[in-house]
Every structure is written in C-alpha cells, then in structure tokens.
Design a protein around this ligand. Structure first.
Ligand SMILES: Cc1cc2nc3c(=O)[nH]c(=O)nc-3n(C[C@H](O)[C@H](O)[C@H](O)COP(=O)(O)O)c2cc1C
Length: 368
C-alpha cells in the first residue's frame, strides 16, 4: 500500500509558483486552509504536511485549528527541535493525539539556512544541530514510552521525562535532510526518511545506502518522497499548464533564485538546484519529472507532469524503488488536490495501491 499525502500551504498559495499580476496570491487564512484540508479529507489523502519557518503560520496552531473541521485526515506537523525541549514536544504531541483521536504525525526539521535560523536565535552550526536532533528524538521517544526517562547528556539533562498519558498511537517521526549528518540521524532514530523529488538514478543509491546504514543500527526505515504534480485528463493539457507556469516566471526571478541557491547551506537544496543548472531547455529531467518549479522555488522543485495514467505509473515506479510515502502538492493546492485526488488516486485505488475510500463512490443526482 502507498501512503498518499498532500501539502497544507500555510505560507500562502497562488496559481503560479510566483504570484504575479494575472495571478493574485491567496493568503493562508483559516477559511482557505480549511478548504484545502476538507478537500483532502474527502478525497482520501492520508495526511497533509505543513512547512515550518518564518514565512508560514505555526504548524501546531494552524493544524490544531483544523482538527474539528476534518474527520480522518492526519496532520504531518513540522517543527524545529532547537526551539523547544523534547519533553515539551512530547507533551504537545501527546495532547494532540488525545485532542485529535490520534491524527498527528511529526516532521522533525533540523534546518539549514543560517539567516532563517538566526531569526529564531539558533546559532549552532549544522553538525551540532543534527547531533542535537538525534539526542532530542531519544528523549522524545523516552518521554512517550510510559516509563519516565532520566538522561544526562550533552544537550538535554532530563529527570523523569514523561507525559500525562502515552500517546495513542505514538506519532511516527518523519525527517528530511541529505547531508551525511542528516543520513546518520535518520538511520539511527527516525521512522520515515524523506527526500525531495529526484530522478530514480539519484535516489536509488541513497535508498540502498540508507538501508545499509539503518541496518548497522539494527533498524529499518520507511522512505518518503516529496513532489509537486500537474495532472490532467490528457498529457497535452498537463504540459500546457506546466508551460503556463513557466511563462509566469520572469527571467530575473530565475537569476535571483540561482544566486540564492548558490549560497545554500543545504545539501538537499543544492541537489535540487543542480538538476537543471537553471537551463530552461532541460527541465524534463526524467520522463514526466519536470524541474520548472525549482527554477525559482526553494525546497522541492520537481513535479510529476502528465495524464492521470502516466502520473499513476510514475508513482508506482517510485514505489517499486522503495518509497511507500508520497507527499504531493500543486499550484493552487485546492484545485490541484482535486485534479490529483479525482484523477490519479482512483487509478491507484483500482490497482490496489491505495485503500478504498471510506465513504465509497459518490452518487450524484441526475434528472434522467
Ligand atoms: C520533505 C522535506 C520537508 C522539509 N521541510 C522543511 C521545512 O518545513 N522547513 C525547513 O526549514 N526545512 C525543511 N526541510 C529541510 C530539512 O529539514 C533540512 O533542514 C535540510 O535539508 C538540511 O540540510 P541538508 O540537506 O544539508 O541536511 C525539509 C526537507 C524535506 C526533504
């Protein structure tokens, strides 16, 4: 089975990667986020990922406000371990499980960009931050275990760390990061290792390496991959939408983004930027994998583009490589959730990769 997730645009949304005069930005208001979450709930997505950072609404607050408006959708809440103690994070997650009937998943974000981290008062270098993340997860899991944890270590000195009740279920820990330090933390501590969307030839060796590294700690990992998507009934219509998005990107914005990516402290971000090198003539880096959004967008810059069958086939190809969690998104997130959820997901369901919709096929009134 595939775990199929969508993205909650808590940093705002638009029709284009860069909103312009013909495409106004949509604010991440409560009403709009509720529309996206309710669409995903009805379409049968497992969860929605939130980002974390200065440019978006706080993930705990934003997602908690959507719990009573959704029925079964889970929330993959991103947060930075340098900003709170692991026992407090354990308590927040534990409460979240009781308030939501177990709908929390956590995404632990170590963070890469110094300027962004400095806004929060984080000055440690990346190696140290990853070391902190590893220790943080140990205490977090200890506080969730039901047996109070006492541990005196480099970053955290805790006595009897625990929560009011053991969370049910204990939230699985998702985590992304492509540097060596990130890979070590993932292999030793996390449940689901996330990568940005890269072509199979790039991700396959990483998956093999991560399986071996996790095995050296006596563990195994699940793998997740993050892509945008542009899918329509026909390939021509999907590629036309990709072309329209590209037409909305001014060349100056591409140059500005390239300069910014050249200074990134994130290995994962550098790899995304190198997929095209800013060259507009080689944006389809693998069949149906289009890197146009990454010309200007930080984070994931690749989209699965094509008709419904083709995008479903590509997802199955990545699934066969070893990914069982997918985190998809598209501009705008509401409309694109419907294109994907009503176009691609029924095919994956029919082929046995997704569970049936719990509300079954809809009956629609007709006058005939
Ligand atoms: C799927 C995914 C989601 C991520 N979400 C965020 C995020 O919301 N905020 C953020 O600052 N970094 C985010 N990151 C970045 C990583 O958490 C990590 O900080 C970064 O990749 C570290 O750099 P590295 O690749 O050099 O290890 C994400 C990475 C992945 C793969």
């Amino acid at each position: 089975m595939i775990e199929m997730n969508w993205f909650l645009p808590t940093g705002g949304d638009s029709r284009d990667v860069l909103p312009g005069s013909h495409s106004p930005a949509r604010a991440p208001s409560h009403a709009y986020l509720a529309q996206v979450a309710q669409a995903c709930d009805g379409l049968g997505f497992d969860a929605v990922l939130t980002p974390c950072g200065t440019g978006c609404e706080d993930a705990w607050v934003a997602t908690a406000s959507l719990i009573p408006l959704t029925r079964r959708l889970k929330f993959l809440v991103a947060f930075r371990p340098a900003l709170l103690t692991p026992t407090l994070a354990a308590q927040m997650a534990s409460s979240y499980q009781r308030m939501s009937d177990g709908r929390l998943l956590v995404n632990i974000v170590t963070g890469a960009e110094q300027a962004e981290l400095a806004r929060f008062g984080i000055t440690e270098d990346k190696e140290t931050r990853y070391e902190r993340t590893g220790e943080f997860i140990e205490v977090l899991r200890g506080a969730w275990s039901g047996a109070p944890l006492t541990q005196h270590r480099k970053f955290f000195d805790v006595a009897d760390a625990t929560t009011r009740e053991v969370p049910d279920p204990v939230p699985p820990i998702y985590f992304g990061g492509a540097s060596d330090a990130a890979e070590r933390v993932a292999a030793e501590h996390v449940d689901v290792y996330l990568t940005w969307g890269e072509p199979p030839a790039m991700v396959k060796p990483r998956l093999d390496r991560m399986r071996a590294l996790a095995a050296s700690f006596g563990r195994s990992l699940r793998f997740g991959i993050r892509f945008h998507t542009i899918t329509r009934p026909t390939s021509a219509a999907a590629w036309q939408t990709a072309d329209d998005i590209l037409a909305g990107i001014p060349p100056a914005a591409i140059a500005e983004a390239r300069a910014d990516f050249a200074n990134t402290a994130s290995v994962g971000q550098r790899r995304q930027a190198e997929l095209t090198g800013g060259d507009l003539s080689r944006l389809e880096i693998y069949p149906n994998v289009w890197a146009g959004m990454g010309l200007v967008r930080g984070g994931v810059g690749t989209a699965l583009v094509g008709d419904y069958e083709t995008v479903a086939d590509r997802i199955i190809e990545y699934h066969e490589l070893g990914f069982d969690a997918f985190i998809m998104s598209g501009y705008p997130h509401l409309e694109e959730a419907y294109w994907f959820g009503e176009g691609v997901m029924p095919i994956l369901r029919e082929r046995g990769f997704l569970p049936p919709l719990d509300n079954g096929p809809a009956k629609v009134f007709s006058f005939r």
